[in-house]
Design a protein around this ligand. Sequence first.
Ligand code: GDP
Ligand code: MG
Length: 727
Amino acid sequence: MSNPITFALAGNPNAGKTTLFNTLTGARQHVGNYPGVTVEKKAGAYTFPSGEEATIIDLPGTYSLTAYSVEEVVARDYLVQEKPDVVINITDASNLERNLYLSAQLLELGVPMVIALNMIDVARDRGISLDAHRLSALLKVPVIPIIARSGKGTAELMAAALELARRKSPWNPLHISYGEDVDLALQTMAQCITTAGFLQDSYTPRWLALKYLEGDSQIQEKGRRNNPAVDKELQEIVAKVGEHLHKTMETYPEAIIADHRYGYIKSVLRQEVIAHKFDIDRLHASDRIDKVLTNRFMGPLIMLAILLGLYKFTFTYSQLPVAWFAAFFGWLSAHLSTILPDGHLKSMLISGVIHGMGGVLGFVPLIMFMFFGIAILEDSGYLARVAFMMDRVFRIFGLHGSSVMAYIVSGGIAGGCAVPGVMAARTLRSPRERLATLLTVSFMNCGAKLPVLALLTATFFSRSQAQLMFLLTLLAWVVALTAAKILRLTVLRGESTPFVMELPPYRFPTFRGLLIHTWERTWQYIKKAGTTILAISILIWAMMTFPGLPQSEEQNFARQRQEVTASTAQTVDNQQLKEKLAAIDTAQAGSTLRHSLAGRIGITMESVSWLPGFDWRTNIALVGGFAAKEVIVTTLGTAYSLGETDPENNASLSETLAKDPHWNPVVALALIVFVMFYAPCFVTVVCISKESGSWKWGLFSICFNTTFAFLLATLVYQGGRLMGFAG
Ligand code: GDP
Ligand code: MG
């Protein structure tokens, strides 16, 4: 005969374990002791209606599964070593939030379990109604309401337990996210545990790591005996993260873990699991704040105001330091250009190196300000509420509530930057949703695209410019979210991460903590992206410079200069001479650009770019725009050999385009959508690659976006032509 099925009853003291045990087993029980300790061990027998027998073990009542007390050690060792078929977790429904703390730990331990919602009579009398189905769906375990004292619901409970015992399918432990610092430590420790095969007989690596962080003396003792070297390594990680948490938040791992576990429970209960008829319970301070901040109507309004505030803060206050950097690099270029001899070296230093360095450092204030803002939201606990509120909307698109930050920073309100946007996606913990966000934030109308859009709308749609700009912002959102959905249905297909989102209690962030968090992340950006950005900047400079003009043309320009100088010399009109020479310089710059690799690519591309209606000059500007979208306008100016290429004042370019026979509103509109959606600028591509951990995704974003933009622009141009709008 096979062993009878074993069920273990686990629960907080006074949850009604003994009452249920007695109801189930009647007089058929015997009392003993757990080996070595004076904790009572009660076992009994239960007979199913089918006649099948089960052994039921009444575990000591505990609030937690960390070895702080003898009861806890006994209960845990029993679960881990004896491996009962199913754990029946009995909870006091009138005090559910606190009782679920143990349930969460049982889920983390990864034992097959059923939750008995006991004392629903008491709960009902207190005006609390509970949705067991909803709770079951969220926790992914059966939840059965019972009244242990009268035996109501116990038959269903046992049937559910039996079904689970028979299923014998592997049981995945719950992974609660404990915030970036702790999660990272857990990951490192779990890796170390897996590699060393450390204590792998009964525990999962993550669970062991968690116990180390919680300061579980029993597990640490075992670890020391099993493998002192690994134990030492783990202790070092624990000490490090402990010190870090103390420095940044004046707290310690255990507290963070408890906070997030409660946060997890709170977020589950808030999803229409529990409803209070009367507000008799005094509300916790956090709950009271949440009443306002996550209120169905007020919540989103407050959130919008806070996000707008953060956006303003990032882009307004960083302007000054950004301007300092710009002024410094401007001074440096000017200085170098006076002391260095003309030639390729000078050109490379100024347009490649200094521009590249400016490209890296120019983003630093932006990123710092944004991370500072995010650190406030994150450390105070508000970011979790934002995610909680936005999740319903973003879930539709296969994203996560936290994605909203990244889109807004990237230019969701028109004007922003995808680089800090990509960095903001860090707050997302699930890899697929994070990637989908990383790959689509660049569709937003960042500040660098605005001059192009402004130029084209002002030139071709001057009467409805404001409305058009608004529509383009909307279009960016629609395209970004749709693209995310498409990605999540194709290359990033996969289930959404189980809804493990925490509502940790609000806390007041410390200034020191904010500074440390901000600096850590900013430094990572500089370290990770810095050198690559510099290298690519030089590469792009080379593409737009080499191979240079053929000898004969160089001589041609030189001759023109001589002639002008000779003929104007007599009139002694210096101003006129300067203007004439500048015109020749401009013509030469345009000519050089046309001869460069980038120019040749632009010209070659005409064989396909006629589809969306772009000529080779536009193509060159678009190739240049990969360096930075701001460059599109200036490069367009150079390609049209216009002297005045100040992006703030494009009067001449605007006039030229308006008069040029090639240009018309349909071409402009096609170019607008192309600029909005084609390859992100290379700094963004570098950041996407670094953040996703693979160049594959950087390349993917170039190809995916450009293909998409090309199709859309072709549709606009060809559609417009068919409808007869083009000239
Ligand atoms: P244990 O410490 O977990 O063993 O909890 P007990 O079984 O001793 O129960 C604690 C108290 O709750 C006892 O007074 C029980 O009579 C009472 N109790 C248990 N289950 C229920 C129930 O479903 N409804 C009500 N009203 N009281 C219950
Ligand atoms: Mg008892």
